[in-house]
Design a binder for this molecule. Structure first.
Ligand code: NOJ
Length: 557
């Protein structure tokens, strides 16, 4: 959206909602969610009370990485619809006061992109330098760099006798940010969508635009006690690229949120906020799921989660801005990792925490229904390329295939990508055809249609919680003060403005847990504004499984 007068900071009090388009609503029976499907569900979104949507990539793509491999930065993939559908989506969302941000993938393209196809023609082609190459012979890789799946970051192209560099899949070559013409061309594609009226971007893999010299080996980094990922993560000089991106967006009143892998809170306090390169970032520390044990149920460690969240919230209290989230398309569902699939209370407690944190929170689609994990019974049911690569690698190396399958089945990106539960009909109302990915377990009786009618449903709790956040200055603007630093499963904190104080208490475990509030908190005049079940505030309290509550009071500034 073009800037009119002064930029407003609408995003500071806004609640975001991430839609994974393939899995939200299919309108044409091909088993894949589409733009028309989203248009048909705008009333549901407006009713939920969210302020903006983040839509995962809908650009033209061979779908090697579900749309993150883009073959045309200025077009919509036919599986999702047309540019006209997209324009209709923007205008219908805006009529309901819902803004729209989309993914902007600046680090790589698809190998099917025109630029890459041209680049493969010859070293003299003007687009050759849009990508990253090293001369060499087959079988001798330029260096030992590997990505998170353990795969080499180099692919050999015999036709030009060069190695191509890619952090992600070999079919997703990295774009050469050292080339000014590439930067200009790429940022013009971003303006194309901004001029169409979108309200911002989620900047994919933004920490990786700059690489270290290829002479540096990951092994030497490791041996000298440095982080091997630093070879391609937040490499000094990246700031210059980020400044250029910020400059390209300066005429627009938009919200930008960077996927900031490897960034420290210290950096983020400078990178984000009203004057940062972006307005906000997603930190990725919480996704390490420390303590995850596939032999038990696939569950993250709450103490580790709490430590990460409290650290980020505290460090970005005054400077910088965070976008808190519980789940996204790259992780299993929050119910699976931080809660309990079977417990409505755990989904409610999680929403209460997320929507009480400082920053611009993002709800992951379906979390408001308590969608949990799926019981995958064969590797063929899993489409996630990362999971498939990991499985094939174990197979080739003649590793323990049964264990590899259990681990992968419990913890793969498809776990977080299963379709939405609209109603109690076939395929939970997601599609009349065969869904591209099976519906997760436990949908019966818990669809949106059923939950709308039930005042005690997770969905109605979310709606209430969104309104509580939006109407409470302490929750949408206040400073963050952690409580309960102990190594336990309670997540307790305060949020405060000059006029209002909120106390958030919760037990993210399936057993009753004691908490004790510090004596600095006086127990008078608190009002309970929302709770998973009525909770009496006391100095020492027992919180039942997944019990959570917020108390508020007025304070004098
Ligand atoms: C991060 C995205 O969230 C993920 O889904 C994708 O595979 C990589 N970036 C590559 O674009």
């Amino acid at each position: 959206m073009k800037q009119e007068n002064k930029k407003s900071v609408w995003w500071k009090k806004a609640v975001g909602y991430q839609i994974y388009p393939m899995s939200f609503q299919d309108s044409n029976g091909d088993g894949i969610g589409d733009i028309r499907g989203i248009i048909n569900r705008i009333d549901y979104l407006a009713n939920l009370g969210i302020d903006f949507i983040w839509l995962n990539p809908i650009y033209k793509s061979p779908q090697i990485d579900n749309g993150y491999d883009i073959s045309d930065f200025r077009n919509i993939d036919p599986i999702f619809g047309t540019i006209n559908d997209f324009q209709e989506l923007i205008s219908k969302l805006h009529k309901k006061n819902i803004k729209l941000i989309i993914d902007l993938v600046l680090n790589h393209s698809s190998d099917q992109h025109y630029w890459f196809q041209e680049a493969l023609n010859s070293k003299d082609n003007p687009y050759h330098d849009y990508y990253i190459w090293q001369d060499g012979v087959a079988n001798t890789k330029p260096n030992d760099w590997v990505n998170w799946s353990g795969a080499s970051e180099w692919t050999y192209y015999p036709q030009i006798r060069q190695w191509n560099y890619h952090i992600f899949n070999k079919r997703m070559p990295d774009l050469n940010w050292e080339n000014g013409k590439l930067r200009k061309d790429l940022l013009l594609t971003a303006k194309f969508w901004l001029d169409m009226g979108i309200d911002g971007f989620r900047l994919d893999a933004i920490s990786h635009l700059k690489k270290m010299s290829f002479n540096i080996s990951m092994k030497s980094m490791r041996e000298s006690g440095q982080d091997p990922w630093a070879v391609h993560t937040n490499v000094p000089g990246l700031e210059n690229f980020l400044k250029e991106i910020k400059y390209a967006f300066s005429g627009y009143n938009i919200f930008t949120v960077g996927e900031a892998s490897g960034i420290t809170p210290g950096q983020a306090s400078l990178w984000t906020g009203e004057n940062g390169y972006f307005n906000a970032i997603f930190e990725l520390d919480q996704n390490r799921h420390d303590g995850y044990d596939s032999k038990k149920r696939p569950k993250g460690n709450i103490q580790a989660f709490k430590k990460v969240i409290f650290n980020w919230e505290t460090r970005l209290n005054i400077f910088g801005w965070l976008s808190p989230y519980l789940a996204n398309h790259d992780n299993p569902r929050s119910q699976q990792v931080w809660g309990d699939n079977r417990s409505d209370s755990s989904a409610k407690a999680l929403s209460l925490i997320l929507l009480s944190l400082k920053g611009t929170p993002f709800i992951y689609f379906g979390d408001e229904l308590g969608i949990g994990s799926k019981n995958f019974t064969s590797i063929e049911q899993i489409t996630d390329p990362e999971a498939q690569i990991a499985y094939q690698k174990t197979k080739q190396e003649k590793g323990n295939i049964a264990k590899a399958f259990t681990d992968i089945a419990n913890f793969n990106r498809d776990q977080g990508r299963t379709p939405f539960w609209w109603n109690e009909n076939k395929n939970a109302g997601f599609s009349d055809g065969i869904p591209w990915l099976g519906i997760s377990d436990g949908s019966q009786g818990r669809s949106a249609e059923s939950q709308i009618k039930d005042p005690n449903s997770i969905l109605n709790f979310y709606k209430k919680m969104i309104q509580v956040r939006k109407s409470s200055p302490s929750l949408n603007q206040g400073l963050f003060y952690p409580l309960s630093l102990e190594q336990d499963s309670t997540v307790n904190f305060l949020r405060q403005t000059n006029s209002q104080l909120s106390l958030v208490i919760s037990n993210l475990s399936d057993t009753t847990t004691q908490i004790e509030l510090p004596t600095s908190i006086d127990l008078d005049n608190w009002l309970q504004v929302i709770a998973t079940r009525p909770t009496r505030l006391q100095r020492k309290m027992s919180l039942g499984p997944y019990q959570a509550a917020i108390f508020m009071k007025r304070v004098n500034g």
